[in-house]
Design a protein around this ligand. Structure first.
Ligand code: GZL
Length: 330
């Protein structure tokens, strides 16, 4: 019996090592963490695509939202001699040195999602991300147009902006878009602005503190849906009605946001696709084949989904969340 088990174990080892030994290319991915449903969907899309591709092996690292872990992972990828590195930084600054090391190792770098502020000083093979400024603009514009549609366009309303992770270009861009759009709606007064770090837990905590310290909040702009879901918990615990006493506008368009909108507890979410897998696959295939391609792609800014439908934002008209919730895949 012991001999049999030893043979089975040896065979399993050969199979495991064999798969790695036969991989044509190793694709390393330094992912920020698991802070939101968007991030989970983004990870699943990229990992799923790479792992399903014949001859490709994924080397994955989850940094738990710590920059030092990402820097360690990038150096580890270099030591392993991987063939490609996918990278999205938890914040925009502090990457110059380690990305220069990636360049020195001559490993093609593919920037996904959040861009490092040293992007113009390093070599990268491709970049793919969202138009965060437009997403932020759409959030506030939707609130302004919605207020008009319910006869509150001339009423002075108090607006709170809950920002994402401080220093991430998704936060910087969305804040720029939020503030620029606020100038178009003089009745909307900014009364609070603070980071909820893109997480549900911190979103709830920030909302709890605002409910105690801010006199009045009529509109809550949350730079991702997860913070909005946390805020809903805090608003309900304080005996107020989310979606009515406080209008809530999210971003990401994750399934849980559609469910909150259909339940009347949230009012709108602005789409930002996390489904990067197909872009990553196409780019690596092109690089492997020595083909030329569009180096920087800002993914199409897609829909705005809400509680009413038909809100015209110039670049897009909102769609009733209840009409499309069954077709959502993340
Ligand atoms: C956006 C991405 C943001 C999402 C958040 O491209 O960087 O990070 O909006 C996530 O949900 O945490």
């Amino acid at each position: 019996m012991k001999k049999f088990l030893a043979v089975v174990l040896a065979l399993a080892l050969v199979v495991a090592l064999g798969a790695s030994a036969f991989a044509d290319i190793k694709v390393a991915f330094s992912q920020i963490g698991q802070e939101s449903d968007w991030r989970t969907a983004n990870t699943d899309s990229i990992k799923g695509t790479i792992e399903a591709h014949e001859g490709w092996e994924l080397v994955y690292d989850d940094a738990q939202q710590k920059q030092e872990n990402q820097i360690k992972a990038l150096r580890n990828f270099i030591t392993q001699g991987v063939d490609y590195i996918l990278f999205t930084g938890v914040v925009s600054t502090g990457w110059d040195e380690v990305l220069a090391e990636v360049n020195e190792a001559e490993i093609p770098l593919i920037l996904v999602d959040r861009m490092p502020d040293c992007a113009d000083k390093i070599d990268y093979a491709a970049a793919f991300g969202g138009d965060f400024v437009e997403e932020g603009r759409r959030q506030v514009a939707w609130a302004g147009e919605y207020l008009k549609s319910i006869g509150r366009g001339d009423e002075e309303v108090c607006v709170a902006i809950m920002e994402g992770t401080t220093g991430a270009d998704a936060q910087v861009g969305r804040t720029e878009g939020n503030l620029a759009a606020l100038k178009e709606y003089p009745n909307m007064k900014l009364v609070a602005q603070q980071s909820g770090n893109f997480t549900r837990t911190e979103g709830q905590a920030v909302m709890e503190s605002w409910l105690k310290s801010v006199d009045k909040i009529d509109v809550l702009i949350v730079q991702n849906d997860d913070m909005g879901l946390g805020a809903i918990d805090a608003i309900k615990a304080a005996g107020k009605v989310p979606g009515k006493d406080i209008i809530i506008v999210g971003c990401d368009s994750v399934k849980a946001a559609f469910e909150a909108i259909v339940a009347g507890e949230m009012n709108c979410t602005v789409e930002c696709t996390p489904l990067y897998g197909p872009f990553v696959e196409k780019t690596i295939e092109a690089l492997e084949a020595g083909e030329t391609f569009e180096k920087t792609i800002v993914h199409p800014e897609e829909g705005v989904y809400d509680c009413v439908g038909g809100i015209d934002l110039g670049t897009v008209t909102s769609v009733l969340a209840a009409d499309v919730i069954d077709s959502r895949v993340y």
